[in-house]
Ligand binder design. Structure first.
Ligand code: AMP
Length: 219
């Protein structure tokens, strides 16, 4: 099964992708996670991407397209994947179409997570992530049992540098000017579904599963 998640930063793409990964047994491909891993390991891609990410800008298309092209050929992508954070530009969407053609597969669903500005700001300002297993918490809505510590693996929780207020503002402008155009790019397709992302993750997931059942996928 092949799924694309669209939506502004903070709409809940990462949380939902993890739920889809678990239920349907497909890989969660988050370009943000891949980039952050490259930045931490100080790889060539990581060093190139760091400046863009810290300023809330998009990493250039050629870097991103090469990255995804390579990643989808890995063994764990053989039965499908859910894309979180890619595509983010029309150029990336066009390249993705070629990638899908090359793999000889079609997109089962494009899920557009639609959240209000208030929801987005509230989610991003409270988001904290586990340094070890990358589970996402929220200081108010999904707090860990012990402050600053992951319930699952005990590792430290941190706030992403780009979740700080001034960078969030820039990321939202980039979303509005570049990524939002993808909605009209994909909405002409049968497989396009709008999800109310102001709801809690569990409720959103129920809505997603209902839509996937319509395309004959029930996990
Ligand atoms: P995310 O974790 O998806 O919010 O991504 C974090 C940051 O990584 C973004 O603000 C961009 O700087 C960069 N990034 C992730 N995915 C892409 C993409 N598809 N195209 C360009 N930049 C990206």
């Amino acid at each position: 099964m092949y799924i694309i998640l669209l939506g502004a930063p903070g709409a809940g793409k990462g949380t939902l992708a993890k739920m889809i990964e678990k239920k349907f047994g497909i890989s969660h491909l988050s370009t943000g996670d891949i980039l952050r891993d490259n930045v931490n390991r100080k790889t060539c891609v990581g060093n190139q991407a760091k400046e863009y990410m810290n300023n809330g800008k998009l990493v250039p298309d050629d870097i991103m397209i090469q990255m995804v092209k390579g990643r989808v050929l890995e063994e764990d992508c053989k039965t499908g994947f859910v894309l979180d954070g890619f595509p983010r530009t029309i150029e990336q969407a066009e390249a993705l179409e070629l990638i899908f053609n090359g793999l000889n597969v079609t997109i089962d669903a494009v899920l557009n997570l639609k959240a209000s500005q208030e929801t987005i700001i509230e989610r991003l300002s409270g988001r904290i992530i586990c340094n070890g297993c990358e589970v996402i918490y929220h200081t108010e809505n999904i707090p860990p049992k012990f402050e600053g510590k992951c319930d699952k693996c005990g590792d430290k929780l941190y706030q992403r540098d780009d979740d700080k207020k001034d960078v969030v503002k820039k990321r939202l402008i980039v979303y509005k000017t570049r990524t939002k155009k993808l909605i009209s790019y994909y909405e002409r397709q049968n497989s396009f579904y709008e999800i109310d992302a102001n709801k809690k993750a569990d409720e959103m997931f129920v809505e997603v599963c209902k839509n996937l059942e319509k395309v004959g996928k029930s996990g």
